[in-house]
Structures are given as C-alpha cells and as structure tokens.
Design a protein around this ligand. Structure first.
Ligand SMILES: [Zn+2]
Length: 454
C-alpha cells in the first residue's frame, strides 16, 4: 500500500488518541489543499516551525497554510501546536521537504534508515514524505512533553496506516544538507517504535479489554496480560491468536488428525509437548503448539524455558514477543509475513488475512482515549521539590521544581509514603518521562488520584 485516503489518514491519527483540528480557508478544505507535483509517500519528515511562543496558534497555522512569498503553502500536512493538537492544513504534495539525498530516500523505502548524513541535495522530497511542522522557535525553546508524545503518536499512526516501521520517520536535517530541524535531541525513531510496539491500544483499560475478550475467546486474561507485557497492540494479538488457533490450545493440523507425535488436532499437554520435542529432535516434522502455534523448535524450547510450551500464557508471551520484534523491524504487514514464513520467505497472503482480522478486532475493542493529563501547582513553602526517576524516595534524584511552579501530571503511581504540605500519602505524580514528584507537595484540588494510574 502506498497511498491512503485523507479520511483514513485522519482516522489513524484519532485512533492513536491525537486531537485534531481540520482546517478550511477561503472555502478550501485541508483535503483539497495541495501543491503541484506528485504524491506517493514513503516516509515522514519532522520539522520545527521557527516560530516562537509569541506567535499565536492561529497565526502559525495561517503561515503553514498560506506559505511565504518565496514558498507557497501548504508548508506541511500537520502543524503540531504546543498543547499537542494536530492542525491539518494540507493533503498530497506539500512544500516542506525541498531537495535532499536520494540515498536517504532509498533507505527509508527499504525500512533500513538508521543514520546517514545527507551529502547531496539531488532529489525533490515533497512527493515522497509527509511533513509535520512542530511549533517551536528552533533555538532552544523546550518541547513540552504533551507535544512530543503527540508527535510520536502522529508518526506512529501514519506508519501503522501504511504498514511502515519507525525507520520511515526522519528529521528534515536527515534529508537535506544544511538543515538543523528538528532541534529536539531525543531518539525520534526509538520513541516512535515504542508507540508502534504498543499500538493505539496502549491505554485501553485492561478490565474493559478483558470483559470484551472474555466474550470472544477462552483465554482473554492471558491474551490481554501478555499483549500488555510484550507491548503488542491488543487487536493484533487477538487477530494473531484467532488466525493461528481460533483461541484453542491445540496442536496444528497440517498433516491431518493423529494421536501420536506430532499430535495434529489434539489438545496441548505438557507430556505431548515433550514427546513432540523428542520427535523433532529425532528428525520428525514439527507442528504448531497452542494459541500462537509455535512451530519452529527453538521457539518451542524458548517457551519451555519460560514456563512450559503447553501453557497458553507462555505461548502468547513467546509468540507475541516474536511478532512485536518483527513489526518493529519491518512494519506491520511485512512483520506478519515474516512471522509466518520467515525472513527469506515472507508470507504476505497470511499477513493480509491477519490484518483483516485485526480490523474487526479494532472495532470490537473500541477507540483509544486521548492523552489525558491533570494540572497541579507545586506548594512547598519555598523549598525546591526534588524530582525522582521513580515513584519513591529511594529513586534517584533527577532534578528539582520550584515552589509555585505549575506541572502537568501524566499519571499517578503508588510509591513510598511522604509527609508534606497536604498531609501524608504514597501517591506520586509523573510529570515527565521517568520524572516523579510526591503528590503531597502538589496542589491539585484533591487528596485522591486526579490522573490515570501509571
Ligand atoms: Zn524543515
């Protein structure tokens, strides 16, 4: 798949919990707003706008829509403001990439881009890349976490919709000689891979998912638990199990039913797994085991080491982890094809079957809620408050926040008990990646939880 519809594009962003504003100027809708030139995207390019906080959201959006005298708009597809809201201003060809290095494009298409310094500006990037413009002055303004999280989600959503891996996502400076954007210095592809690995369902509440899966499959708890543990998207995990075993803990049946190893269509027991392993080691044909139909002997042995290949929980743990890594390395469609056929003979027919099932599971499991945060104000009577790497005083101090400072709370965790301005509590507020402060020093308007559990 190379081109998706504008509707599918917007839906993918929403699935990943991104808040959208769909813009329209002078009677033209963003979906009909483009530049001349073709459109066959292979990747995503991330930029900063070079507009400081003194620029209003409206003024910045107008710039991205209309462009400049020397460069007509749209200047991107998505403008991302400091609150993490995605502004859709163009579709198809947009003026954001300029000329860059064809070697970079080749690597992006091959899903092999890692680190390659562009050394020639010989190829027009606009037909080949989505453009995201992140509102930032580009000369040292910090990027709020809510904006960065939305950026990772937007990239992941587009990758997911196209079946790309995080290696399809680059900075402008990785495309064109002489560019410096984005000025953000974190590991972009690692963060996107993290979001892609967990999929849009990372924040679906497990209880709800369990209820739903209980109605459709016998091993709902095991599947939800192991999907969360391995960070495989839940609809994909359900689709995999449905495809492989229809939620039954049985041996495969490629050879027709039989009651001796390799046990086709028999239920999986510890003794039968061990007999199968002896059978395969002795030169016999292997067979798929259980919910995820582990077939390759080293995978069955890996499940044995992890607690027993007869155990549905362990079958999911090993199968999901393998699929998670393939999806991270190859994108979803090819990752599935490799899961079934191996890297030398990827089975795309299988991949498409699982993707169809995944679409159905997405509908059943519902949509992901948006990024929800709470606000608080540090109140320490003057002293700076220590920020720790985890929810407790035993975790490493990683910084300080001043008395009176406003903080965004992404989630709350139980940790060590602290006595502070607002009493005694074991509640800790996560205010950034691996950054926690004790809730008893934060005015939130409530003694109890104000954000989701971490
Ligand atoms: Zn740029």
């Amino acid at each position: 798949m190379s081109v998706i519809s504008s509707k599918a594009f917007a839906a993918a962003l929403r699935d990943y919990g991104v808040s959208l504003r769909e813009h329209k100027f002078d009677g033209v809708q963003w979906e009909d707003h483009d530049s001349p030139g073709g459109w066959n995207p292979h990747g995503i390019m991330n930029h900063h706008t070079v507009t400081g906080p003194d620029w209003s959201v409206d003024r910045t959006v107008r710039l991205l829509w209309k462009g400049r005298s020397d460069l007509p708009g749209p200047l991107c597809h998505v403008g991302l403001d400091r609150q993490g809201v995605a502004h859709l201003v163009g579709w198809r060809n947009a003026n954001h990439a300029g000329k860059g290095d064809d070697d970079v494009l080749k690597a992006v298409i091959a899903e092999s881009y890692d680190r390659l310094v562009p050394n020639e500006n010989n190829t027009d990037g606009n037909p080949h890349f989505y453009g995201i413009e992140v509102f930032n002055d580009g000369v040292g303004e910090p990027y709020p976490e809510v904006q960065l999280e939305a950026l990772f989600r937007i990239n992941a959503a587009i990758c997911d919709a196209h079946g790309w891996s995080a290696k399809s996502c680059i900075h402008h400076k990785e495309w064109q000689r002489g560019k410096i954007d984005m000025s953000w210095r974190g590991d972009l592809r690692k963060e996107i891979a993290r979001v892609l690995g967990s999929g849009p369902d990372a924040v679906v509440l497990a209880a709800t998912s369990e209820e739903i899966i209980d109605r459709y499959g016998d091993y709902g708890k095991e599947i939800v638990g192991e999907a969360n543990r391995t960070r495989l998207a839940l609809p994909l995990a359900c689709a995999l199990v449905e495809q492989e075993s229809n939620f039954k803990n049985i041996f495969g049946c490629d050879l027709g039913a039989r009651s001796t190893p390799p046990w086709c269509r028999q239920s999986v027991t510890r003794d039968r797994v061990q007999a199968l392993i002896r059978h395969v080691r002795g030169g016999g044909t292997s067979n798929g085991v259980g919910l995820t139909q582990l077939t390759y002997l080293p995978f069955i042995e890996r499940a044995e080491l992890a607690g027993g290949a007869h155990d549905p929980r362990v079958q999911c743990r090993v199968g999901f982890a393998i699929l998670h890594d393939h999806v991270r390395d190859h994108g979803k469609r090819k990752g599935l094809a490799v899961y079934n056929g191996g890297p030398s003979r990827p089975n795309f027919q299988y991949a498409d079957q699982v993707l169809r099932r995944e679409g159905v599971w997405k509908g059943r499991l519902g949509r992901v809620p948006p990024v929800e945060t709470a606000r608080g104000t540090v109140d320490t009577n003057g002293t700076p408050l220590t920020v720790r790497s985890g929810p407790g005083t035993s975790h490493k101090a990683v910084g300080q926040v001043a008395d009176g400072q406003k903080v965004t709370i992404y989630c709350q965790a139980k940790g060590s008990k602290v006595t502070g301005t607002f009493g005694t509590s074991n509640l800790w507020d996560r205010i950034g990646s691996d950054r926690y402060i004790a809730d008893v020093y934060v005015f939130t308007g409530s003694d109890g939880a104000v954000a989701r559990p971490c």
